[in-house]
Design a protein. Structure first.
Length: 451
């Protein structure tokens, strides 16, 4: 087992990883930027080192600086968390080249799944359903139109690299195609340094379902069911739950088999998540694989009782999973809400500033993964997520009611947060009935804004 782990991240996930390490008797090293020197994740770790100034590219994305810190402080492994460098194949390789262990999949697996057209081809060969697509669209407008006609409208222009909704355009007719393709390519180039795009059939009002997988280095793999992640704004999730109210046992078995096949396609080890789009008729299609720990992992931990961070660490250390698929049992229902420093009434504009007071909800079945304290100054340089509130109950309605109560008891003073916004979503009759989809927030905009 590792003696010391450097956590190449910040905020609530850095604290989450450090807590798991503390329970395992592993010393932790936090990294920070100049503006994060007094941040909660720095204070929670056993040791800390500044790796650069405020800008992410100079600190949390600075591979050389992070590896220098790991070697200087004697770390023998690096956990990337999520975001930042977590899905950068070059970072995983650099960690390995430095003689350290990367707590995650291999650099080859990350690279294979990080390039979406390559990932589609790989998983399709293993029997995983994919949407009809044009993976290498021609640049000539006439030829582009002909290629698009083969898969039909509406379609989606998508960046071949990256994610988070960047480099993505919905196209509903041929007249929009050339302009949308050029715009998506420009945005992808600016965001990811790679302007390649592809065309894919667009599903109207699908659900976003993802399956959690775990695989060790000895050929054993399991799944931990699915999460429903359809409540999104700007293509980013804000409310997640497990299990999905739309997935039957038979559908769960099919999706899980497809997820494990996708992982097998790249010889995957460690924790990973295979994401699917689910149509109204029960058909599902591969979307992508996230080769890291997911933000929403607490809902799976609630339902399945497995600490995913500790499992990641043990797998990276060469240990067996220690659990067979037939031993995995689901119990109850869990919900998670991502708490952001943002103003939903102003287009989800970030709301950095000083948090004057924080009071977190408490009680049975309530968990808060937080990266803030009273007096904390939320910097404008990073993602505005402050914390994750998750709850568990015996059934979905119990979990929904518990979450509404917990959100009402969650006090964050000094900045604007999205807490009232999420309460309204949870109270919507369609959400209560489990009838959600990826455009849910757009369709009920007046309701959630209180109009």
């Amino acid at each position: 087992m590792f003696r010391k782990i450097l956590i190449a991240n910040r905020g609530e996930i850095a604290i989450r990883i450090a807590r798991a390490c503390r329970e395992m008797g592993i010393v932790t090293v936090a990294v920070c930027s100049g503006v994060d020197r007094d941040a909660p994740h720095v204070r929670y770790a056993d040791e800390a080192v500044c790796v650069g100034p405020a800008r992410s590219r100079d600190s949390y994305l600075n591979i050389d600086s992070i590896l220098e810190a790991a070697k200087a402080l004697g770390a023998d492994a690096v956990h990337p968390g999520y975001g930042f460098l977590s899905e950068r194949a070059e970072f995983a390789q650099a960690v390995a080249d430095a003689g350290l262990t990367f707590i995650g999949p291999s650099a080859d697996a990350i690279a294979a799944m990080g390039e979406k057209t390559r990932a589609r081809t790989l998983v399709a060969k293993h029997g995983v359903p994919v949407l009809p697509a044009v993976e290498h669209p021609p640049t000539d407008p006439a030829a582009l139109g002909q290629a698009a006609a083969r898969i039909g409208f509406p379609l989606l222009v998508k960046a071949a690299a990256g994610g988070g909704g960047k480099g993505m355009r919905i196209v509903r007719d041929a007249a929009e195609l050339a302009r949308a393709t050029e715009a998506a390519s420009r945005e992808a180039l600016a965001a990811f340094g790679d302007g390649r795009v592809y065309l894919e059939r667009y599903l109207e009002r699908p659900r976003h379902i993802e399956v959690q997988v775990l695989a060790d280095q000895h050929g054993h793999s399991i799944h931990l069911g699915e999460r429903e992640c359809s409540i999104q704004r700007r293509h980013q999730k804000i409310i997640e739950e497990a299990p999905s109210p739309a997935v039957s046992p038979e559908l769960r078995a099919r999706m899980a088999a497809a997820a494990l096949a996708a992982a097998e396609a790249v010889g995957y080890t460690n924790a990973g998540t295979v994401e699917f789009l689910l149509g109204g008729g029960g058909e599902f299609y591969f979307l992508e694989m996230n080769t890291r720990l997911q933000v929403e992992h607490p809902v799976t931990e609630w339902v399945y009782g497995i600490d995913l961070v500790q499992a990641q660490i043990r797998v990276a250390a060469g240990e067996l999973l220690g659990v067979r698929q037939e031993e995995v049992r689901a119990r109850g229902h869990a919900l998670e809400c991502r708490v952001y420093a943002e103003d939903p009434a102003r287009g989800f504009l970030p709301s950095p500033g000083r948090i004057e007071w924080v009071a977190e909800p408490q009680g049975p079945g309530i968990r808060v993964d937080s990266g803030i304290t009273s007096g904390y100054e939320v910097p404008p340089h990073y993602d505005p997520m402050l914390a994750k509130l998750s709850v568990w109950a015996m059934d979905r309605e119990g979990a929904r009611r518990r979450m509404v109560t917990a959100l009402r008891e969650y006090v964050i003073e000094g900045i604007v947060s999205n807490i009232p916004f999420m309460i309204r979503i949870l109270q919507h009759p369609e959400f209560a009935a489990g009838r959600t989809h990826t455009h849910f927030i757009e369709e009920i905009g007046d309701w959630v804004n209180g109009d």
